[in-house]
Design a binder for this molecule. Structure first.
Ligand code: ATP
Length: 278
């Protein structure tokens, strides 16, 4: 397990305060004033060290927009993101290196981000080199591959020969090799079949426990957070409408949109052993 990360004054690791962001919609009529569409409205949240938190909401509710603000990929119109008592906003690669070491990201369809020309070893070494992580990069690469349940014989392979589940594990290993204090994952299991979803979620949970790593898991599927997350946030039309321990949220949803998500949640496979450790 890594050393406890430095936190904000309020004990949180990552904090968003009153974030707002809107975009101007294209208008077909030049005589009309352009309309603004709010994407995030006065949104605040705090993520604590080692916590596994789900961020759910229907398609278009603003989850990815929030994630991009938390990752300093977009600048909000108002509000601030703070990590380790330092403001986080878009900046040069060098200026954000400290933050990229602390907070890593798994994008939607992470397998498509693996360069097919490179070996698994080169893919895992890349973030360690780019972020100048002070450790033996070969040793870290081997350890991380084993942590995600893959043999080191895969080091010499290229992504093309890996199965979907193996490639997904390599993508997770790329994000966790630097030992981030927090991992933000955008729909990391969408597009996988159910047994593979379970496998990948269990790898993420185990890594979070073993490394003391916090996890923000974005999904529209409540059964995914039921299996993985202790706390769940619900977004609706750019606002945070619920923030509850996952168990109480599932038993007693407060917002109509949470109830709708619950109705649409995946059939029982992922709910089996609900809220018990995988
Ligand atoms: N740059 C942009 N310009 C215009 N509209 C945008 C822009 N970025 C996002 N949107 C709109 O903002 C809303 C929120 O989008 P966002 O991708 O954050 O939702 P989401 O909850 O992640 O959806 P999904 O689950 O489908 O990925 C959507 O209506 C989207 O069309």
């Amino acid at each position: 397990m890594s050393a406890a990360p430095t936190v904000n004054q309020d004990g949180s690791f990552l904090r968003a305060q009153r974030l707002s962001r809107s975009v101007t919609l294209p208008c077909a009529f030049p005589w009309r004033a352009p309309e603004r569409q709010p994407l995030l409205t006065d949104l605040s949240l705090a993520l604590f060290p080692g916590e596994r938190v789900g961020l759910v909401g229907r398609s278009g509710s603003g989850k990815t927009t929030l994630l991009r603000a938390l990752l300093a990929l977009d600048r909000p119109d108002a509000g601030q993101v703070t990590c380790q008592d330092r403001p986080v906003r878009p900046a040069s690669v060098a200026a954000l290196r400290w933050y990229r070491r602390a907070v890593q990201f798994i994008p939607q369809d992470p397998v498509s981000t693996l360069d097919p020309r490179r070996t698994v070893e080169a893919l895992l070494m890349e973030p360690l080199q780019q972020l100048q992580v002070p450790c033996d990069h070969h040793e870290r690469t081997r350890d991380t591959l084993e942590q995600v349940g893959l043999s080191t014989r895969f080091l010499r392979c290229r992504p093309g020969i890996l199965s979907g589940g193996q490639a997904q594990r390599v993508a997770i290993a790329r994000a966790t090799a630097i030992r981030p204090a927090y991992l933000l994952a955008d729909e990391p299991v969408s597009g996988l079949d159910l047994p593979l979803q379970v496998q990948v979620l269990d790898v993420l949970t185990r890594l979070s426990r073993e490394m003391g790593m916090g996890l923000l898991l974005v999904t529209h599927d409540l059964s995914v957070v039921a299996r993985t997350c202790e706390r769940t946030l619900v977004m609706h039309q750019g606002e945070l409408v619920e923030d509850q321990p996952t168990a109480s949220l599932l038993q007693n949803p407060q917002h109509p949109c949470t109830a709708q998500l619950l109705d649409a949640a995946h059939p029982p496979a992922l709910f089996q052993g609900l809220l018990t450790a995988p």
